[in-house]
Ligand binder design. Structure first.
Ligand SMILES: Nc1nc2c(c(=O)[nH]1)N(C=O)[C@@H](CNc1ccc(C(=O)N[C@@H](CCC(=O)O)C(=O)O)cc1)CN2
Ligand SMILES: Nc1ncnc2c1ncn2[C@@H]1O[C@H](COP(=O)(O)OP(=O)(O)OP(=O)(O)O)[C@@H](O)[C@H]1O
Length: 202
């Protein structure tokens, strides 16, 4: 199997597992993830953070985002398949489409507020994962949005924090040269700090 065929069948399985976390267990796991984020020392110096609005069974971390003292930024998909980040709309709003928000082509609520920033302007990004492994490799939705937006980041780089349920763990994910390693992975069971890997410069 080619690496990408490998990735796409894994993606299907892991997305189904993610959606399968139901009811009580989901709420419990989400609370644990929120608690872990609240105590993560590495986030203490962050001000601008990028979050996400959960879809397709992703952990809903709005309880963390609502209490964040700085501005929360949300991803917005661009035509060139990269992401920009916009200040969040009211996360407490009950309306299905709060002021300043619209659904994108995937049905995810996006912010239309200004200004518009890049990943490099963030202090930290919370990135929803489809899958992860012990080396900190990340499997995303497969369109390359995060990979493209995180390519060529320069020092000081934003902190990259993957968010997943622990059932999205796989022993070893196929890694591609464009994959950007995560600094932390937060699940309901643990905070994983992947081992440092020198990057291949070829
Ligand atoms: N909550 C959240 N927001 C996010 C992301 C995410 O993963 N989670 N993204 C992270 O990238 C971006 C959106 N990326 C996405 C990439 C693929 C699909 C998707 O569902 N693809 C369908 C088929 C697409 C189609 O209808 O043409 C599929 O694979 O089934 C959705 C979002 C930006 N916002
Ligand atoms: N820096 C980049 N520039 C251009 N294309 C890229 C870049 N990074 C990744 N891609 C393209 O994005 C596609 C998806 O990559 P991959 O399968 O690794 O997705 P993923 O990591 O699961 O998804 P995502 O980044 O959306 O979360 C690939 O076809 C790849 O060629």
């Amino acid at each position: 199997m080619t690496p990408s065929a490998d990735k796409s069948s894994l993606r299907r399985q892991l997305r189904a597992l993610r959606r399968g976390v139901g009811g009580y267990q989901r709420r419990l796991n989400q609370q644990r993830i929120v608690r872990a984020l609240n105590t993560l020392p590495a986030l203490r110096n962050a001000r601008r953070i990028a979050g996400y609005i959960a879809f397709d069974g992703e952990p809903d971390i709005r309880d963390f985002l609502r209490r964040w003292p700085g501005t929360v930024w949300l991803p917005r998909v661009n035509r060139d398949l990269s992401l920009h980040f916009r200040p969040t709309f009211d996360l407490n709003a009950r309306h299905p489409r709060p002021a300043g928000a619209r659904r994108n082509q995937f049905g995810i609520l996006e912010s239309h507020r200004h200004p518009l920033l890049r990943a490099a302007d963030m202090d930290a990004l919370l990135i929803p994962l489809v899958g992860y492994d012990a080396l900190g490799n990340r499997l995303g939705m497969g369109a390359g949005y995060y990979d493209r937006s995180l390519a060529n980041l320069r020092h000081p780089k934003p902190l990259l924090i993957g968010i997943a349920f622990s059932c999205q763990y796989v022993a070893r994910l196929p890694a591609d040269p464009w994959d950007i390693p995560l600094d932390y992975i937060v699940t309901e069971k643990m905070i994983l700090k992947p081992p440092f890997k020198p990057r291949n410069r070829t």
